[in-house]
Design a protein around this ligand. Structure first.
Ligand code: R5P
Length: 303
């Protein structure tokens, strides 16, 4: 097996490399002044099983193009098979037509990934469980939830005082899985509404489950982008008598002013995974990053 990294998250690739004890192979990625990229595979991959790790985070289009070029380079250089590890899959939220006339962006990128030669793909905490069915190639869907459950147990938050919260009804499946990992911890989901024009999030009530006498809430989501979902959910929870809130989210997209918004919010701590590399300037005191490298490594070793 040969392991390659795109430029979006080499830190995660290095961690995976350490666990599977396979060095990261060389690929030259050059960006021209006009923004175009040239990719050149510098290790021999003839007859090899090549693995490329690339999160398609912002700049999303540029990171996708880089991934397409690396896969093309690997195939042209004789790789027998290519597995793409895409810990964060960009465009996954546009998985159907929400309003007349919209493109289904996810289908476009999936078709391109398959066309350039990806044979199998490993994805993490997808927004919807229907996404794997958009692919024709085999998809392995892994999750950061076991890592989150471990942390919650270590911190001893798995007691009667705690309730798991999904900040929207779409996250109910995720929260049920985490609840099972935590001896059926009670859970509830908030009814959230997002204005598709301006992105504003409103949340007023619980759509499923109820808070009985718990004082601690753990909000669990697949991603934090603007941070507005988390803030709206925490407002609902405080109104319902919750006293301390922790957040666990797999993908730290952290666009706009999310880090400042989260740091200043009435939250105790925000845990994210390393599917997305968080640069220093987006770190904040309440942030803690947990690694999913071991989970990805286990999948690769089983292939
Ligand atoms: C939405 O359905 C997702 O599960 C996340 O809750 C959402 O994408 C988070 O985005 P933001 O941080 O911008 O509210």
């Amino acid at each position: 097996m040969k392991l390659f990294s795109g430029s979006s998250n080499p830190q995660l690739t290095e961690k995976i490399s350490k666990v599977i004890q396979i060095p990261v192979s060389l690929v030259d990625i050059h960006t021209f002044p006009d923004g175009e990229k040239r990719v050149r595979i510098q290790d021999s991959v003839v007859g090899e099983h090549a693995v490329i790790v690339q999160s398609t985070v912002p700049p999303v289009d540029s990171n996708y193009m880089e991934l397409f070029f690396i896969v093309d380079g690997l195939k042209r250089s004789g790789a027998e098979t290519v597995t793409a590890v895409v810990p964060y899959l960009g465009y996954q939220r546009q998985d159907h037509v929400f309003r007349d006339g919209e493109a289904v962006s996810l289908e476009v990128v999936v078709k391109t990934l398959e066309r350039v030669g990806v044979d199998t793909i490993i994805l993490c905490d997808l927004h919807s469980i229907k996404i794997p069915s958009v692919f024709s190639i085999p998809v392995t869907h892994i999750s950061a939830l076991p890592v989150f459950a471990e942390k919650i147990k270590q911190e001893k938050w798995d007691d009667k005082n705690t309730i798991l919260i999904s900040p929207d009804m779409g996250g109910i499946r995720r929260i049920k899985i985490l609840s099972e990992l935590l001896d059926n911890m009670p859970f509830a989901a908030i009814e959230k509404d997002r204005d598709l024009q301006n992105g504003w999030v409103t949340a007023e009530n619980l759509g499923e489950g109820k808070i009985t006498n718990q004082k601690r809430a753990i909000i669990v989501d697949d991603m934090i982008s603007s941070g507005k979902t988390i803030i709206a959910a925490s407002d609902v929870l405080f109104k319902k008598g919750i006293e301390e809130i922790f957040v666990f989210a797999t993908h730290a997209i952290f666009s706009e002013k999310a880090p400042r918004l989260l740091q200043n919010a009435n939250l105790k701590k925000v845990f994210v995974s390393d599917t997305v590399f968080v640069p220093e300037d987006k770190h904040f005191a309440k942030l803690e990053i947990l690694s999913i490298a071991a989970i990805i490594a286990k999948e690769l070793e089983s292939k």
